[in-house]
Ligand binder design. Structure first.
Ligand code: ADP
Ligand code: MG
Length: 728
């Protein structure tokens, strides 16, 4: 660490700056240096006003002055004029017939001006230039910082992410000040040099210089690569360490037999798919190992994850210690915890399990924020009954309840199991080793973990964020499912869609209408806008399109309880059309909803569109998805339609996720924020070689130095990552 780590003490930064920096999580010199440029601009493209020549296409940066509007003498055309000044000279600017321009601009404003140099020598001006307003002027050749840089080969300068009160330029100058004051002499590279050498990556101090003051574009590139590698390496190391810790722990041996399992699955009203059989096999095999299983079951919506979960729960709940091995297995009946992200989903899983276990004397509990249930009821064995939380907890603790399904309420302190052997998690990306331990309480044995997800993510991302898990794929849909009919629709054809949906409603079906994604950096603002768009669209549909329909709304500003209530109504068919933001993603099963209209479809990534249309695949009725674009298929949006067409051709969600990542960039990846990666880290995810290299090095680090005692700097960094990834 740096001896003078307090940035403020060192640079005497004022309070306003301090506050602004804090918003960017910058408190130390190191933080500042790791606030990496977002991009670079080429200074050579910045011309000085003094050097402009007639007929040149000019781009200049400067301050506006002398703005006024008048009418021309002869034609009476309004003319706006003024000048732009950059420290070398000023040049006149004129706009003809655009009187509003001068109104939008003010004297003293910083601007980028682009236009053709017109007029006579000595009376040059820029005619009808484009003007872009800037927060501050970029760095250019005349900047003090470039006084001694005549030797620059290329002339690129960094552009930093700004925040109110701190400009990109401020960052540039402060970073340079750090450099000249010798701060780099105190920096230590957390990554062993041998690793960097293997991949030809620069050491920390070089990388910092290259990224903040590149002399060549390749230098900046090389430095970015290093920092991206570093981020992936830390995540991989975190995961490798978790994996090592888990495989050092002991777990419960789950004993079962093929015939026994088949007796259970043969009662299903359908044959298992080959993928389901294989996944069940993977899990049962893991159950017989000495150490806890850590497995991810990945499969599109509707691929039948619940049936897999139920079968493995059955194996655990009916497992008995084998004869003659009593000593090693002095525990009795084993238990299962099944955690869902929302209350309504927990209830749905509970109901599914009631069917799967209807014929068995196995007690199943449900625990959510709003109450507890148990199946079967003593008096009516085909039904579930409400019980008090105290009663439920007692039966969980003494082992009578073999399977407990619930929301986050499951991991509360008060919930104690007798022998928790198997934890099943539905769509919880941040469920980590710590939560797993918390569930096991004081139990010396760690439960097996089956994490399930329908979130389509590319392989490189899975290798990184799920680096601690083994993978089973449900890459096959149950037979006989009618594929969703997906149509990409231009707004001029929306009436056909409405017509179709009206027909479906008449047939007794239901529909979702998804409002466009709103990109807004300020989350409270984004929420407000979402709310507005959802309520307004619902009103409009009611008034103009579906006059007789019962329309409900769902958006992210609602409380979980309110969301659940609306979903219950939709499920009970008290609502015909649900107008929603993309909060509807996480899977509630409403089999009667067979239509989904997604407005502003081009604003979503393909993988998210896929996720959204997953809402309507559960039915025996034909399902429809209408991806409606905001603009008709002219010009640029022609490409948009082309991209959206992939929805109708891709085989599964993973293919679409790969497509998003490679074609559109990581920003398009579904649910990007939840993975806890920075933009740079996400960029790295595009590069399979880099991800594999980082994974290899991370595994090696942990194999040779499990507690990272020889790499304290890495240990320190991953501590923070671990906390962030799992929100501990
Ligand atoms: P997921 O959780 O993977 O999205 P579910 O487990 O909810 O999917 O299953 C969706 C539907 O498919 C359920 O109604 C389930 O009963 C049914 N299902 C599961 N497996 C099969 C199968 N092999 N064949 C036919 N239907 C199946
Ligand atoms: Mg599911």
């Amino acid at each position: 660490m740096l001896p003078h780590d307090l940035l403020t003490a060192h640079f005497r930064i004022d309070d306003a700056h301090k506050k602004a920096l804090k918003r960017l999580h910058i408190e130390t010199v190191e933080d500042l240096l790791l606030h990496l440029p977002q991009r670079y601009e080429d200074i050579s493209s910045v011309q000085s006003v003094g050097s402009l020549m007639k007929d040149q296409d000019a781009v200049v940066f400067g301050q506006l002055g002398g703005l006024k509007t008048r009418k021309s003498w002869k034609s009476r055309v309004p003319i706006s004029e003024g000048w732009v000044e950059d420290g070398t000279a000023r040049i006149k600017i004129m706009w003809f017939n655009q009187p509003y321009i001068a109104k939008m601009l003010t004297d003293g404003m910083y601007v980028k001006v682009a236009g053709k140099v017109t007029g006579q020598e000595g009376k040059l001006y820029l005619a009808n230039p484009e003007v872009e307003r800037l927060e501050s002027l970029p760095i250019d050749r005349h900047d003090s910082i470039f006084k001694n840089t005549e030797s620059l080969d290329e002339t690129i300068y960094p552009v930093y992410r700004e925040t109110k009160g701190v400009t990109s330029k401020w960052f540039f100058h402060t970073v340079q000040k750090c450099f000249t004051q010798g701060v780099l002499d105190h920096m230590h590279d957390p990554i062993p040099e041998a690793i960097l050498k293997r991949y030809n990556l620069p050491i920390l101090t070089t990388a910092l210089q290259w990224i903040h003051t590149p002399k060549k574009a390749e230098h900046a590139e090389s430095a970015r690569k290093r920092f991206a590698f570093e981020e992936v390496l830390y995540i991989q190391t975190t995961k490798a360490r978790e994996r090592a810790q888990v495989s050092a722990a002991s777990s419960y041996l789950v004993q079962t037999e093929q015939a026994h399992i088949e007796a259970f699955t043969s009662r299903f009203p359908f044959p298992l798919t080959a993928a389901q059989k294989k996944s069940i096999g993977d899990i049962l095999r893991d159950f017989t190992g000495k150490h806890p299983m850590s497995r991810l079951l990945e499969g599109d919506v509707g691929s039948g994850k619940t049936a897999v979960a139920a079968t493995t729960a059955y194996a655990v709940a009916t497992s008995r210690p084998p004869e003659g091995r009593g000593k090693a297995l002095e525990y009795g009946n084993l238990q299962v915890a099944y955690m869902a992200p929302t209350e309504i989903l927990a209830k749905q899983h509970f109901e599914s399990f009631m069917k799967y276990f209807a014929h068995l004397p196995i007690q199943i509990g449900l625990i959510t924020g709003s109450g507890c249930m148990k199946f079967p009821s003593k008096t009516r064995p085909t039904e579930a009954t409400s019980i008090s939380k105290a009663q439920l907890l007692k039966w969980v603790k003494n082992g009578e309840i073999a399977i407990l399904i619930g929301t986050h309420a499951l991991i509360y302190k008060s919930v104690e199991f007798k022998h928790l052997a198997h934890v099943i998690i539905d769509e919880q990306h941040r469920f980590g080793t710590a939560q797993r331990r918390a569930l096991a309480k004081k139990d010396a044995r760690m439960p097996h973990l089956l994490s399930m997800t329908a979130t389509p993510i590319p392989r490189t991302l899975a290798l990184t964020v799920y680096g601690d898990l083994d993978l089973s794929l449900l890459d096959e849909m149950p037979k006989g499912r009618k594929p969703i009919i997906t149509k990409v629709v231009a707004p001029s054809h929306i009436t056909d869609v409405y017509e179709h949906v009206r027909g479906e409603l008449k047939e007794g079906r239901q529909a979702y209408v998804i409002c466009p994604r709103i990109d807004e950096p300020d989350p409270t603002m984004e929420n407000a806008l979402q709310l507005k768009s959802v309520t307004e669209e619902a009103k409009r549909l009611k008034k103009e399109v579906f006059k007789d329909a019962r329309i409900g709304i769902l958006h992210s500003k609602m409380k979980p309880k309110e969301k659940d209530a609306v979903m219950e109504q939709f499920l009970a068919h008290d609502i015909d059309i649900l107008v929603a933001t993309s909060v509807v993603e996480v899977g509630v099963n409403v089999p009667n909803a067979t239509n989904i209209i997604i407005e502003g479809a081009e604003r979503f990534g393909l993988s998210q569109l896929h996720q959204l249309r997953g809402r309507v695949v559960r039915s025996n009725h034909q399902a429809y998805c209408f991806a409606v674009t905001s603009k008709d298929s002219t010009g640029k949006s022609g490409k948009t339609l082309e991209r959206l067409k992939a929805l109708t051709t891709a085989k599964n969600g993973f293919e679409l996720a790969e497509y998003d990542l490679q074609i559109r960039g990581s920003g398009e990846l579904y649910g990007m924020k939840q993975w806890g990666l920075t933009d740079l880290g996400m960029e790295a995810i595009k590069n399979l070689k880099m991800v594999e290299a980082a994974r290899k090095e991370a595994n090696h680090l942990i194999e040779t130095d499990p507690d990272l005692t020889q790499h304290p700097r890495i240990a320190k960094r991953i501590e923070g990552i671990s906390r962030e990834l799992h929100m501990e």
